[in-house]
Design a protein around this ligand. Structure first.
Ligand SMILES: NC(=O)c1ccc[n+]([C@@H]2O[C@H](COP(=O)([O-])OP(=O)(O)OC[C@H]3O[C@@H](n4cnc5c(N)ncnc54)[C@H](O)[C@@H]3O)[C@@H](O)[C@H]2O)c1
Length: 274
């Protein structure tokens, strides 16, 4: 059977962990050559080693998605390495200003939004700004730099990782929620502006997914139990649930889909109690 991304090149930001890692592995399985771009070069290199061990092609790239020069260098590196860019998943993100992505075994329980300085009334401007810089400006910069390369390659497909938090307010996470609502609107603006260049732009808004960010990859605490109870499908999402949605949107099967958002969330936001 023909692989769904055969002959394509994909740049995945946040590719070293969680959702971005799974997109990197899944897209490679489907025939794409991958640039695994992340602020953590060691973890990005490990993901590339996994991809290569499976007989596919990948290169790591160190990027802080909030720094314009880094992002332009990332897009240049993809062109230099593979000669084209056809797909991009902008998955780099942080849940709050001091969030650091960890290996599952390093996770000390949940990383919850319950600190008093996370509430709007006490939130520092610096913390607010960092979340917006990475989650929203970082996605904008990535879309911009990658779209320029896709123009040269004759088109492509971009998927921005938003969140249910772009639609539903979460306590103590005003910066995160606003950044994700912004990603959703950026996606729609990008879609109508880039359509003329043959570039599709869509978003995926995950519910609660088992990654370092949700703190649910390893822990089974009361917070996780509550999230499972509020999710109609009665489970947390796997990174593969999100990677499969991204794969669809980057594949030719979605050739008439642009400016859309898909919420793989187990029915969470369809439920009026959520
Ligand atoms: N896990 C969830 O429940 C969930 C739900 C909704 C949305 N999301 C979104 O999914 C995306 C991926 O998150 P995840 O859950 O896989 O978390 P994760 O921590 O496992 O992965 C995030 C990755 O982004 C990288 N990163 C962070 N800041 C960066 C920066 N400035 N530049 C480049 N890379 C950077 C990290 O090093 C890490 O590899 C994020 O945008 C997140 O907001 C996650």
């Amino acid at each position: 059977m023909t692989k769904r991304l055969a002959g394509k090149v994909a740049v995945i930001t946040g590719g070293a962990s969680g959702i971005g890692r799974e997109c990197s592995l899944r897209f490679a399985e489907e025939g794409a050559k991958i640039v695994v771009a992340d602020i953590n070069l060691d973890r990005a290199s490990s993901v590339c080693a996994e991809i290569k061990a499976a007989g596919n092609e990948a290169v790591p790239f160190a990027v802080d998605a909030s720094i314009p020069e880094d992002v332009v260098a990332m897009a240049d590196a993809a062109m230099n390495e593979f000669g084209q860019v056809d797909a991009c998943v902008a998955a780099a993100g942080i849940s709050h200003a001091s969030y650091v992505s960890r290996e599952p075994q390093e996770q000390a329980g949940a990383d919850r939004h319950d600190r008093h300085d996370m509430m709007l009334i006490d939130k520092s401007l610096a913390n607010w700004q960092r979340v917006l810089d990475v989650n929203l400006t970082g996605v904008m910069l990535t879309n911009q730099a990658i779209a320029k390369k896709m123009q040269e390659s004759g088109g492509g497909a971009i998927v921005n990782i938003a969140s249910i938090a772009g639609k539903t307010a979460l306590m103590g996470a005003s910066d995160y929620c606003v950044s994700k609502a912004g990603v959703w609107m950026l996606t729609k603006c990008g879609a109508i502006e880039l359509a003329r260049h043959g570039i599709r732009v869509n978003a995926v808004g995950p519910g609660y997914i088992k990654t370092s960010m949700s703190g649910a990859a390893t822990s089974n605490d009361a917070w996780v139990e509550d999230r499972i109870k509020e999710t109609p499908l009665r489970r947390l999402g796997e990174p593969s649930d999100i990677a499969n949605a991204c794969l669809y949107l980057c594949s030719d099967e979605a050739s008439f889909v642009t400016g859309e958002i898909i919420f793989p969330d187990g029915g969470l936001i369809a439920d009026s109690r959520a």
